[in-house]
Design a protein around this ligand. Sequence first.
Ligand SMILES: Cc1cc2nc3c(=O)[nH]c(=O)nc-3n(C[C@H](O)[C@H](O)[C@H](O)COP(=O)(O)O)c2cc1C
Length: 209
Amino acid sequence: MYAIGVEGETRPSACIVNTVVQITSSPMTVAVSINHDNYSNERIKETGIFSVSVLSEDTSGTVIGALGFSSGRDSDKLENLSYKVLRENVPVLRENICCWFLCKVVNSVETMTHTIFIAEVKAGSDDFTGVPMTYDYYHRVIKGRAPKNAPTYQPIDEKSDNSPQMKYVCPICRFEYKDSEQKIPFDQLPDDWKCPICGVSKKEFKIEG
Ligand SMILES: Cc1cc2nc3c(=O)[nH]c(=O)nc-3n(C[C@H](O)[C@H](O)[C@H](O)COP(=O)(O)O)c2cc1C
């Protein structure tokens, strides 16, 4: 799991992806797949540069919520996060990441829905720390989902969830709170409790099932 940092028109911006892969080692190149509708796609095409912050298992779900479910076109997604802006004007996260690197686009391939940017790694952090968060960990441990613009998006098949019990579902990121899996039943959570993934308040949750 990664945060892609881009230079916005008026402020730095970032989005979550799970599609960074290494392509070659000399020169060091990587590829990333970014949806045509994402602001980050537009900005990478414009500037030819982006950063990659490698999220660690300690990265809070709220970081993924802040960057993965809304667009930098509409809001300052980094507002409540700790980050620094590199000389090249792209942001990298400061807290709970394993490392970061700076990428310059050298080629791109268009698919029906996504652009695959191929980029050379130009610089990076000196240190590597922690355990990188895999997409599986995000699903299994953080219990997060992927939104529509993620290549891995899957519409929720309500019929495939055979569990008869009620669940409380976040309207933004679809995080599910099932009483049977938690220590505290949903209705006993404090009023200021928020979705652990995207920060939506308790009262916005919808009952399903
Ligand atoms: C777990 C997860 C994985 C994601 N993977 C990708 C991805 O690989 N490519 C992509 O374009 N969007 C991906 N997304 C969705 C973007 O992060 C999301 O559409 C974001 O709102 C785009 O922000 P932007 O418009 O500021 O660029 C993912 C989101 C999550 C939560």
